[in-house]
Design a protein around this ligand. Structure first.
Ligand SMILES: [Zn+2]
Length: 131
């Protein structure tokens, strides 16, 4: 546990949350500043900075739980789409965001200029080289 971490305090119960799901490894709760109502955060209970730092099995467990929550949101809230976002900028505790989406504009932002074919090829090779 990180004593300064808001999500660790939520796991610990020191900060209340609107819990959606919990097991021995992950906790899912509503984001209090949602893109749309039903926006749920899935986090590892153990403090970890980034989702991709979780071991493979743990990461897949978090994804499996997330899939169930996506289906539950689809059934209960019935948005146009259910989105999953892992952007890792705000709270410094690994989390993924599952959110009802009514339009692509709900998550659309300004994007980089369309890259050249050469830039795309080089970027693909660069990422592939690290796999
Ligand atoms: Zn934490």
């Amino acid at each position: 546990m990180d004593n300064e971490c808001v999500f660790c305090k939520i796991v610990d119960g020191a900060i209340p949350s609107y819990k959606v799901y919990e097991d021995d490894r992950v906790l899912a709760f509503l984001d209090i500043s949602p893109i749309n109502v039903g926006h749920t955060l899935v986090i590892p209970k153990q403090h970890t900075r980034f989702m991709h730092q979780l071991d493979e099995e743990f990461f897949l467990h978090a994804m499996s739980v997330s899939k169930k929550i996506m289906l539950a949101i689809e059934i209960t809230i019935n948005p146009a789409r259910v989105g999953m976002i892992i952007e890792q900028f705000d709270v410094a505790h690994a989390h993924l965001k599952i959110t009802p989406l009514n339009d692509i504009a709900d998550i659309q932002t300004v994007h980089a200029p369309i890259p050249s074919k050469e830039e795309l090829e080089n970027t693909a090779k660069l990422i592939e080289s690290a796999l």
